[in-house]
Design a protein around this ligand. Structure first.
Ligand SMILES: Cc1ncc(COP(=O)(O)O)c(C=O)c1O
Length: 462
């Protein structure tokens, strides 16, 4: 018997089959790797979506404050994105062209350059493999090639991806420890975090800035002058920590003084999310390399780095890959960039973010378990704590167990949120930029109601 004769083709479920979400989740549990993550905390099977709302397999609606981990700036199935995808298909543009030019690719590049921070508008763009992590890898390779140095400085709490190189730059220890040696010559310095900081109650921005300056410029710092410093203008996965502008100024000054390439990872913050088109621009970071993914693909996989032209010392093919600018992602991305600018969605994110954080603060005012509310634009977080236990600075300790229960209780109330930060104790809000005021109010109500429900259950085992 020929090998293929023994193979079975999977049959699509017959119309009307009453497959429950539990069936789908169970099949996923059975077939997919243990590395799957979101369905463990958010056990829903999604069937359809529109705007800020997703609908599960049973027709139940949820407000989506995860939004593809920030990839869906315009929410689900925005008409301009759907139209751009249809147009690209109707035009018959080849879907996969490596890096050969197409009209769709050209339109994306023109659209991107039209809205980049001023100092990068005469720079270069490199299309990477379609993930944020691959773009960070490319940025690091670019900096190393351009400077002839190898060292890299990253920050505690940073998240730059899950490849071996980007994990070396990432803060969270639990995902690194099973892997042994990662990319060598990486040095982590403290990021200036509010509320809980390695500097205790000192001014973290000033202290962290002094450390960066010392590490880069003091000949006894022990760190050979690095190729690059990489930073997120707002740390997302690390627990929603906006970078203070004073710290940004010190980082920029120290890197410039030492010929160190400054890389801003705007994979999550880019394209309006934080209330400005580019979060790094708003705080004066003025990076030499900007790393972009998520929103710039309009919900489809796309990643680029944009950098100062003088760094472009690469050999042809120095960073290659099959999917460097996939046609549908380029079409969706160009339409998304245009719409974010046309509709003033960065400004809208600022106003909506204010409404969201004010609402979260109102909840916090009545509940000591909400230790700190912070964020920039529509990248907001509420750190949950155990008010009965304080650290050496008198700051209540993070309570990840509570955050997990609140996340689940919010899901029960029709709102999807993420958790992150130290001990996963920060409830994270990352909705589409098109979220309405009424939807924001529902998110805030669900947060308050979830906390009350969890409190009511207290006495349940920890
Ligand atoms: C700041 C930042 N950098 C890099 C990445 C990695 O992107 P990807 O998951 O597409 O590899 C992420 C993902 O969340 C991110 O938030």
């Amino acid at each position: 018997m020929a090998y293929h004769e023994g193979l079975r083709l999977a049959e699509p479920p017959a119309t009307g089959t009453a497959e429950t979400a539990d069936d789908l989740l169970e099949r996923q549990r059975h077939r997919e790797s243990s590395a799957r993550s979101y369905p463990r905390r958010l056990p829903v099977a999604l069937a359809s979506a529109q705007g800020s709302t997703v609908r599960d397999h049973h027709g139940r609606e949820y407000l989506d404050c995860l939004a593809g981990a920030g990839a869906l700036a315009l929410g689900h199935h925005h008409p301009v994105v759907v139209q751009a995808l249809r147009d690209a298909l109707d035009e018959g543009t080849p879907l996969s062209t490596l890096d050969l030019p197409t009209p769709v690719r050209d339109r994306f590049v023109e659209q991107l350059f039209a809205v980049l921070p001023e100092h990068l508008r005469d720079g270069r763009v490199l299309f990477c493999g379609p993930t944020g992590a691959d773009a960070v890898e490319a940025a690091v390779k670019l900096a190393r090639t351009a400077t002839g140095r190898s060292g890299l400085v990253a920050f505690g709490g940073a998240y730059h991806g899950m490849t071996q190189g980007t994990l070396a730059l990432t803060g969270r220890k639990s995902v690194k420890e099973p892997l042994g040696t990662l990319l060598p010559d990486v040095h982590h310095l403290p990021f200036p975090t509010a509320f809980r900081s390695p500097f205790g109650l000192e001014d973290g921005a000033a202290m962290a800035g002094r450390l960066v300056e010392w590490a880069l410029t003091d000949d006894l710092s022990g760190i050979a002058t690095p190729a690059a410093v990489i930073a997120e203008p707002v740390q997302g996965e690390g627990g929603v920590h906006p970078m203070p502008a004073t710290f940004a100024a010190t980082v920029r000054r120290s890197t410039r003084a030492t010929g160190t390439v400054l890389i801003a990872d705007e994979v999550q913050t880019g394209l309006g999310r934080t209330g400005d088109l580019w979060a790094s621009d708003a705080i004066g970071l003025d990076p030499d390399v900007l790393v972009l993914s998520k929103a710039i693909g309009g919900g489809l996989p796309l990643a680029v780095i944009v950098h100062r032209g003088e760094l472009d010392g690469w050999q042809p093919g120095a960073h290659a890959g099959t999917f460097r600018g996939q046609t549908l992602a380029l079409a969706a991305g160009a339409a998304t960039i245009r719409e974010v600018v046309r509709a003033g969605l960065a400004q809208r994110a600022r106003e909506a973010g204010r409404r969201l954080t004010e609402g979260l603060l109102t909840v916090a005012a009545d509940d000591p378990r909400v230790g700190h509310v912070r964020g920039r634009g529509l990248m907001a977080g509420a750190e949950l704590v155990d008010p009965g236990v304080v650290d050496a600075d008198g700051v209540p300790v993070p309570d990840g167990w509570l955050a997990g229960r609140v996340q689940r209780a919010m899901l029960d109330r029709g709102v999807i949120v993420e958790v992150g930060g130290s001990h996963d104790a920060v409830v994270r809000f990352l909705p589409p930029l098109v979220i309405t005021d009424e939807e924001i109010d529902r998110v805030i109500d669900a947060f308050g109601a979830a906390l009350r429900a969890v409190h009511a259950e207290d006495g349940s085992e920890r």
